[in-house]
Ligand binder design. Structure first.
Ligand code: CA
Length: 365
């Protein structure tokens, strides 16, 4: 009998089950059975973002050995898509999955934790969140709302959006009614457009009936599933307004504090896993979806003209700074983000950017 078996035998633990592979002790938490609700801003079965919320719940359910069971609710099942923040804040659900820029009405600073026009890409954003002060500052913002935030997905660089009017110059932005949330919407307003805040589920009808002329959504993989191509003609790039949007998990602080430390750690690790997983899924599926949109549905792909991009970039720079003067915390978030961006951009100029340019120029045959 080897030492390990002697040891277990001395404890009276060497049962037949243990001998046939049951030596792994059962999760000590398996007796606990906690049930949580996760409300989301996404229509039920929405690919990408909605699937991300479902995958996150599956990770938590499995990692916890069933101790913590999270049930996901699509938009409007328990609360409207933009009711997620308040509902989780007040404890109606223990968890939510959404995007922080929807909460600009609560505090302008929230937007910095999803995406900033002409700001950081997914890779840069994750670095700021995990290795800069990002998450710490985000927690400070949400603390006032009894919430704990965690990054929980990223779309990568989004598309500029769907248009029924061609954008040939800055003049074409005048009076443009476009569904575009957050800071991007404010930039458009300052460029002469008319931003609208609409939940995803209402976008199709709004375009079809001409209530809006344009909408930004996500990228080809998500947008194809929404069939937006049947109510809009032009598909513009790049997504200047959302260069790497972080999705979020919101957790009610009282619910969080009631969990044992190992379940808290499981949730934290599961959110990191979904944060990576969603970006990989989008990266893997976007190009095939783009091909379907162009080849099968006749979508016309367009780049924003350079003068439009320059104008939007110039407006963004000033507006983003102005929007972050609300209080001392906003100013600290702005400084932290901008200093991080400047530093990472400096290095990326000679690494990511230089390489992508080098690769694009390489002969393909
Ligand atoms: Ca978007």
């Amino acid at each position: 009998m080897n030492n390990r078996r002697k040891f277990f035998k001395s404890l009276g633990l060497l049962s037949a089950t243990a001998l046939v592979g049951g030596l792994h002790p059962k999760n000590s938490l398996a007796k606990t059975k906690i049930k949580w609700k996760m409300v989301t801003s996404w229509p039920k079965n929405f690919p990408g973002l909605g699937a991300g919320a479902e995958t996150l719940a599956r990770y938590i359910n499995k990692l916890s050995g069933g101790s913590l069971e999270v049930k996901v609710f699509g938009a409007n099942e328990l609360v409207p898509p933009l009711g997620v923040f308040d509902f989780v804040s007040s404890g109606g659900a223990e968890m939510g999955h959404s995007g922080a820029y929807y909460w600009k009405g609560k505090t302008e600073a929230a937007q910095f934790f999803s995406s900033v026009p002409f700001g950081m890409t997914a890779q840069e954003m994750n670095s700021w969140l995990y290795y800069g002060d990002g998450i710490k500052l985000w927690e400070e913002v949400y603390e006032n709302f009894n919430l704990i935030p965690r990054p929980a997905g990223n779309t990568g660089v989004q598309m500029g959006g769907w248009f029924n009017k061609e954008i040939l110059s800055v003049d074409d932005l005048q009076g443009l009614k476009m569904r575009i949330p957050g800071l991007g919407g404010e930039v458009l307003a300052r460029a002469g457009g008319s931003p609208q805040q609409l939940p995803l589920a209402e976008v199709y009808t709004a375009l079809q009936t001409g209530v809006i002329d344009a909408t930004e959504l996500v990228g080809p993989y998500n947008d194809l599933a929404q069939s937006i191509h049947s109510v809009a003609k032009y598909y513009y790039y790049p997504g200047w307004h959302e260069p790497g949007s972080t999705l979020e998990t919101l957790i009610n602080k009282d619910a969080w504090e009631s969990l044992p430390p190992d379940l808290q750690e499981m949730i934290a690790v599961a959110t990191r896993a979904i944060n990576e997983d969603m970006l990989s899924e989008f990266t893997a599926k976007n190009n095939a979806a783009l091909n379907v949109l162009i080849e099968e549905h006749g979508v016309e792909l367009r780049a924003f003209p350079e003068d439009v991009i320059s104008k939007l970039r110039e407006i963004s720079k000033g507006l983003v700074k102005e929007s972050m003067q609300e209080n001392d915390l906003s100013r600290r978030i702005y400084s932290s983000y901008m200093e991080f961006l400047e530093s990472v951009e400096n290095y990326h100029r000679i690494s990511e950017q230089a390489f992508l340019e080098a690769r694009a120029d390489a002969p393909t045959n």
